[in-house]
Ligand binder design. Structure first.
Ligand code: ADP
Length: 471
């Protein structure tokens, strides 16, 4: 009897693996779907699940920025203020100072005045402390890059309306308001001579920082708790805003790619139930297969079913039935357990999930589940990246159509950051490998994925420099 039950567990993993398959053929279909959806999202408002929003950033930093600039990074329960001194040549940063400040529950659910006053006064104290006379002339207004990682409808480089709060914030009188203006007013009130020069989200900051270091950078991707991407598009391809924009040059487009969906994505019953039980059903479909918020949870759902239908996790049904108990970093630690007897897997099961007595072969099966989930996530993210490259003619497929009749493809850099990519080496390796596999050996050497950390801080400061009124 127990042998049959072991067989059931193995069968469940096999079925899951088949349903999660990402052959290179399948990935190419995802690449095409991404490029098609990008077109649709640029053609009309609401034309695609990809929002494809304008950022008004049409001038990315190139390493020549000079002077001292500030950044404010607000995207969760902490915010950071930064002061960065750029040397003016060779993409060199001279000084980099940071202060981190938690935001209390009261501020997260209070009024907009309370929140922005608190931020402005923290900023003022930071400026007074750090401003020890280095190239600052007292009466010159200082420029600030404001990274605001909530949904915004951008009005210009330095203004945008808050669409809605997420991540536990709920300040009703701020919805629909220009958050840059709120901050400018609060700064004025505290007597701080500073203004928002650029209002951006974290992907745009990452692209800016990537471009500061390497001008061949054309896109940025973040894969952390959530996932998003932005890239540099020709303005004449942004059809839905033709009247509004100059039709020469480029502009950064914020894709909001977490909401991407395609019937080519390999979806399993576990993905469907995760989505059904989520507070944002039918939204963020791509994100739910890719990002750190969800990978551990997908694994948990598979293990729960295995616990229910076999006896390989003794007495674990209860413990495995709690949504989100298995956080992605723990899943990664089990996946990356290199010990021959999978000691770390056993320890994590005991310490964190209170599951003991799991046999070695069951632990091996669990590691395989982690591998299936992570490999699929990384390969789908890779297909998304190649989709962007395809849209802008950098994937090598355009050939004659793009005017490149002969010669080498152009060098192309994608800036990438986020805890999942940076901290989870198996994920990173699968993603890198899949990008090369999809592109093929002729084009792959010209495409470089470059980790670019702290786009939401340093990247925003360098955008403040690029859009400074003092420049
Ligand atoms: P955020 O996206 O929350 O702004 P990060 O980019 O640092 O911040 O991403 C944090 C997320 O990345 C975590 O929620 C977790 O899911 C994932 N993560 C971080 N470190 C690791 C790791 N070592 N292994 C796997 N996942 C990790």
């Amino acid at each position: 009897r127990s042998r049959r039950r072991w067989g059931r567990a193995v069968a469940l993993v096999r079925e899951f693996e088949e349903a999660s398959a990402t052959s290179v053929g399948r990935l190419r279909q995802v690449v095409d779907a991404m490029a098609v959806e990008m077109h649709a999202g640029l053609a009309s408002e609401g034309g695609s699940k990809l929002r494809m929003s304008l950022t008004f950033i049409d001038n990315l930093p190139d390493g020549s920025e000079e002077g001292t600039y500030y950044a404010l990074d607000l995207g969760g329960t902490n915010f950071r203020v930064l002061q960065i001194q750029f040397s003016g040549k060779g993409s060199m940063i001279l000084t980099h100072r940071v202060q981190r400040q938690p935001i209390s529950q009261e501020l997260m659910t209070g009024t907009r005045e309370e929140l922005f006053n608190f931020i402005a006064s923290t900023l003022k104290q930071f400026v007074q402390r750090e401003d020890d006379g280095i190239d600052q002339i007292p009466d010159v207004r200082k420029d600030l890059g404001f990274t605001f990682s909530f949904p915004v409808r951008q009005l210009s480089v330095s203004s945008g309306l808050l669409i809605k709060w997420t991540k536990g914030f709920s300040i009703k009188d701020a919805v629909g308001k220009d958050v840059a203006q709120c901050l400018n007013e609060a700064m004025l009130k505290t007597g701080l001579n500073m203004r928002v020069a650029a209002l951006v989200n974290d992907t745009v900051g990452t692209l800016a920082l990537g471009h500061y270091y390497d001008v061949d950078t054309v896109a940025a991707v973040i894969i952390g708790t959530g996932t998003n991407a932005c890239y540099l598009e020709r303005t004449d391809a942004i059809i839905k805003y033709q009247g509004l924009l100059m039709n020469s040059g480029d502009m950064v487009v914020n894709m909001e790619w977490g909401n991407f969906w395609s019937s080519h994505l390999p979806r399993t019953p576990y993905d469907i139930s995760l989505d059904d039980e989520s507070p944002n059903r039918n939204e963020q479909g791509f994100e739910k297969m890719i990002s750190g918020m969800y990978l551990g949870e997908i694994v948990r759902r598979v293990l729960q079913r295995m616990a229910e239908e076999s006896d390989i996790f003794p007495d674990a049904v209860q413990n495995l039935s709690v949504p989100f108990v298995l956080r992605t970093p723990l899943m990664a630690a089990m996946h990356e357990d290199g010990s021959p007897d999978l000691r770390e897997v056993g320890r994590i099961l005991e310490d964190h999930l209170k599951i003991s007595g799991v046999s070695l072969k069951a632990r091996r099966l669990l590691v395989r589940v982690c591998d299936i989930v992570t490999r699929r996530a990384a390969r789908l993210a890779a297909a998304g990246i190649v989709g962007i490259l395809k849209k802008i003619g950098r994937d090598g497929s355009a050939g004659v159509a793009s005017g490149r009749t002969k010669g080498k493809p152009r060098r192309t850099v994608v800036a990438i950051e986020g805890g999942l990519y940076v901290g989870y080496s198996m994920f990173r390796e699968y993603l890198n490998e899949a990008v090369a596999e999809i592109l093929g050996e002729e084009v792959a050497p010209y495409v470089c994925l470059r980790v670019c950390e702290d786009g939401s801080g340093t990247g925003a400061a360098v955008l403040a420099a690029a859009y400074s009124s003092n420049r």
